[in-house]
Design a protein. Structure first.
Lengths: 275, 287
């Protein structure tokens, strides 16, 4: 097992104050080891997006700490912040709003390298083309604008934009939930290939337990800002400890009509017995 | 054999040249030669990817987009809806055929109370206000909204996403329509809430002998809900089968792709997801 890359320890975050205060995160701890894909699972309001926002420095935690390979992202040294921002990249949920509509694909993909520095102009195009080929796009797409692409293609462009500066970690916030199932499959396969090929560590935030099972090696389950379950995929899916995890698992539809009808009948009987 | 309530024959939908958003010459065909029938109480899923024409077809039934060019026929209980006048459509919409949409946040008016919105379909049909509100509370209660009577005075912003979708359903069902068109009604919801909404659609359809046309890109969602599944690809219907048969023996490569691309809880994660492209490449793009 490789070393721990991310260490999140006792993270708490409250929004508002007094009676209207909302405890978004309550003593959240987990680790991400190098090379892992960790799934962060929860429903809306569970705090998963707040964790991501703390990790990339958009929110400051009230208490607790985040450590990335010796760096405290909240109080980094000068060179550390630069290294952190290069090594930890983000893929967002909505490929329709995460790409500037006025920039060409070429501009979108060059920009991160210009901002980060350290990428000689003559090498940039080579990096871009290598990655574009990996995701199934090519040089002729460079002159086009985001509007010329489908949702799945846009998300592939967003992934290349995250990868072009050579990160070690990808933070993915619901990257496939805005996509059709058939397109989602392409992007999931792509993320799986990329992780292997580029030796990435991934934090994958999702509300979809079937997607997480397909992609991840370890899972952290969040409910009302707390970690209610955590373990390997086998532990979480075969013997979930928390009732909440079981409830989430039971609600995932399976593409099998007889099975689904039987489950609905069971729910109906349970509801009637409960009355 | 029962007579279908809805009979779509050879439907074609085109975007005329002047209405094409991206420019481009000539009319753009978005639906072609589509034939689909729905019997009383039958739940039919219309499945396909974005751009396949499924929503355009649903909206054609209610004639919601007058700038498109239609041909073929859409008969509702024997009456032709294509080219029907506004008077006919006003009668059909809401009281005979209702529609619910993907996003319960935008389907409701934020400055009207929940009671006003659920009761509206009755009030516009001349039901006295007090009676309409009483029935609105009854419908909300039936759909599992707690303290329904008190919550008539609440605003949509005070409801969670799942509760809002129940409010939308209450407004859609209060005039006791005979067909409910549901366009991706659970896409914006968490899985547990999705399950509740699907259960509600199923039970209301049984209790009210309501026909349902359920539109989605995700076959897993309709596996336990639909009696029949119709699959659309690039504006055409490529398959129309009873649900068990469709999952057991999908006939079209595209359908196999849609099924193969669903990540399953009961599958080995090391098995690669098979995409639509994989299946189409194997069998050639014959439509």
């Amino acid at each position: 097992m490789s070393g721990v890359l991310f260490q999140v320890d006792g993270l708490s975050k409250r929004f508002g104050s007094g009676r209207r205060a909302h405890q978004a995160l309550d003593d959240v701890s987990f680790e991400i080891a190098e090379g892992e894909i960790v799934g962060l699972v929860g429903e809306s309001g569970s705090g998963k997006s707040t964790i991501i926002r703390c990790l990339i420095g958009l929110e400051r935690e009230d208490s607790g700490s985040i450590r990335y390979d010796g760096i405290d992202p909240a109080r980094p040294g000068r060179d550390e912040l630069r290294r952190y921002r290069r090594e930890v990249q983000m893929v967002f949920q909505d490929p329709y709003s995460s790409l500037d509509p006025r920039m060409t694909v070429r501009q979108l993909l060059e920009e991160p390298m210009q901002v980060m520095g350290g990428f000689p102009p003559r090498d940039r195009m080579e990096r871009i083309l290598d990655l574009l080929h990996l995701v199934g796009l090519d040089a002729e797409h460079l002159k086009r604008y985001p509007r010329d692409f489908s949702g799945g293609q846009r998300q592939r462009i967003a992934i290349v934009r995250a990868l072009v500066v050579g990160p070690r970690v990808l933070l993915c916030d619901e990257p496939v939930s805005a996509l059709d199932v058939s397109v989602q499959a392409q992007v999931l396969n792509l993320l799986k290939d990329m992780r292997k090929r580029l030796d990435l560590t991934v934090l994958f935030v999702s509300h979809d337990l079937a997607v997480v099972k397909y992609l991840c090696s370890r899972v952290v389950v969040l409910h009302h800002g707390r970690v209610v379950d955590a373990g390997t995929v086998a532990e979480i899916y075969d013997s979930p400890r928390a009732g909440y995890t079981r409830a989430l698992l039971e609600a995932v539809p399976i593409p099998d009509p007889a099975h689904e009808r039987a489950r609905r009948e069971l729910r109906r009987q349970r509801a009637e017995a409960g009355r | 054999m029962t007579e279908p309530v809805l009979s779509i024959q050879n439907l074609g939908v085109r975007v005329p040249e002047r209405a094409r958003l991206g420019g481009g010459a000539g009319d753009l065909t978005v639906v072609e030669g589509l034939t689909l029938e729905i019997c009383p109480g039958e739940r039919v899923a219309l499945v396909g990817e974005s751009g396949s024409g499924k929503s355009v077809t649903a909206r054609a039934i209610l004639q919601l987009n007058r700038s498109l060019v239609y041909d073929g026929s859409i008969r509702w209980e024997g009456e032709e809806l294509l080219g029907a006048g506004e008077r006919t459509m006003r009668r059909v919409r809401g009281s005979e055929i209702s529609m619910i949409f993907q996003d319960p946040m935008t389907a409701l008016n934020p400055v009207l109370t929940v009671g006003q919105q659920v009761a509206e379909p009755l009030i516009v049909r001349g039901v006295p206000r007090r009676e309409a509100l009483r029935r609105a509370a009854g419908m909300l209660d039936r759909l599992g909204v707690p303290k329904a009577k008190e919550r008539l005075k609440a605003y949509p912003g005070q409801f969670s996403g799942g509760m809002r979708q129940r409010v939308v359903m209450a407004a859609a069902l209060i005039a006791e329509p005979r067909l409910l068109i549901a366009d991706e009604p659970t896409t914006a919801l968490d899985v547990r809430v999705q399950e509740q909404v699907l259960d509600l659609i199923e039970s209301m359809s049984r209790e009210m002998s309501l026909s349902v046309l359920f539109i989605t890109h995700d076959l897993a969602i309709v596996a336990g809900l639909a009696h029949r599944v119709a699959v659309m690809y690039r504006g055409r219907l490529v398959e129309d089968s009873p649900v068990d048969e469709l999952f057991a023996h999908p006939r079209h490569a595209y359908t196999r792709g849609l099924i193969g691309s669903i990540p399953r809880l009961d599958a080995d994660p090391d098995t690669r997801l098979r995409t639509v492209e994989d299946f189409m490449a194997m069998e050639g793009p014959s439509v």
